[in-house]
Write a new protein. Structure first.
Length: 365
């Protein structure tokens, strides 16, 4: 296929891996970057031999087919709508927007204009998670009946020089920030969620930045920083989910899936690699990696799949429908925690198509 031109808007921390990986995917041709901070865009452009533009100029470029939206969550709607108005497909970092109302605006405009939207996370397309998907689909654990999804840490102010958006305003908190990885991974394994219940709390009203030029400054916290919930999947499986910025240490694994015949330990859904473990008569056994992209950070894989899908006229896996459904799970969990009720989701989505395995599988990690 002829590579599709991409332009990246947002030159923050996450942009580095997208810029590096763009050259690794033959479906993509990196054209330009943009940021409201011209100096930030200029630095990235010089590093990668591309143009630094204003956001408006980038969207006006005829050789850019997909705008990659790496801005802070609060800007996802504005940037996404502008790109769609300019006739560009949009691929966004997670979450798709900070509310379902905003996300539906993006989905509606994309549908009206015959354009595609897609979004992170795409880690579920990595080698480890597709290996787990293949085991589930092959019946290795029997019928999935339950699971756990656990993200608990002490907070991003420890490493991020400007962590305010993790704690303040719409889209803040661990469920919005890290929940998409865990929920997307489980939707890939089990299909869509039907109902949720939850409770939530906040351990601290402020946080102290630990690194960068603002080290020592406080950040006000208005988000719920510990959310514990249950996801009731349409398939019947029940998954306990915890996302927290309030936990210093724990021993829980990131993802576990329990079936009528066996159980799976599944690696960190914020990564593409790791070892899948299957329970058996002799205890836990490491499973051979059966799929590609399990050896490195392959962020942008979902973008490359989207470009290939546009060329092939097929659905892309890290789709707008999937991102919308995951956002619905997040928003509904928080509403369930606020009201103390079990709530039914307003969206559905198709389970993403599985990725074809490698012809010959490498050894287990």
């Amino acid at each position: 296929m002829t590579p599709l031109g991409i332009g990246i808007i947002g030159c923050g921390v996450i942009s580095d891996i997208y810029l590096r990986n763009a050259a690794r995917f033959p479906q993509l041709a990196l054209r330009a970057v943009a940021d409201l901070r011209p100096n930030a865009a200029q630095v990235k452009a010089q590093d990668h031999g591309i143009d630094a533009l204003t956001p408006g100029a980038l969207m006006a470029r005829d050789d850019i087919d997909i705008v990659v939206n790496l801005t802070v969550p609060a800007a996802h709607l504005e940037v996404g709508l502008a790109a769609l108005r300019a006739g560009k497909h949009v691929y966004s970092e997670k979450p798709l927007a900070v509310s379902m109302a905003q996300a539906r605006q993006l989905a509606d405009m994309a549908g009206t204009r015959g354009l595609r939207i897609g979004g992170a996370p795409d880690t579920f397309l990595g080698g480890a998670h597709q290996t787990a998907r293949a085991l589930v689909d092959a019946g290795a654990i029997g019928r999935p009946v339950a699971g756990t999804a656990t993200l608990m840490l002490a907070g991003h102010e420890r490493w991020h020089p400007n962590p305010d958006f993790y704690y303040q305003g719409p889209g803040a908190g661990p469920l919005f920030d890290m929940g998409p990885y865990y929920i997307t991974a489980m939707v890939n394994l089990l299909g869509p969620v039907r109902q949720v219940s939850a409770m939530a709390a906040r351990a601290h009203d402020s946080r102290i930045i630990a690194t960068g030029p603002r080290a020592g400054q406080p950040v006000t916290v208005d988000a719920q920083t510990h959310v514990a919930g249950v996801l009731g999947f349409a398939s019947g499986a029940l998954v306990q989910i915890v996302t927290s910025f309030d936990v210093r240490a724990h021993t829980h694994s990131p993802l576990e899936l329990y079936g009528t015949d066996a159980s799976l330990l599944i690696p960190d859904p914020n990564r593409f690699d790791g070892t899948v473990m299957l329970s058996g008569a002799d205890g836990w056994q490491a499973q051979p990696l059966t799929h590609a992209h399990g050896d490195d950070n392959h962020r942008g894989l979902g973008l490359a799949d989207m470009a290939q899908a546009i060329a092939d006229d097929r659905p892309h896996r890290a789709s707008g429908d999937l991102a919308l459904h995951v956002l619905d799970v997040i928003e509904t969990l928080l509403e369930a925690a606020r009201t103390g009720r079990t709530l039914t989701l307003s969206t559905d989505c198709a389970r993403p198509d599985a990725v074809a395995p490698l012809t010959s599988a490498p050894e287990a990690a």
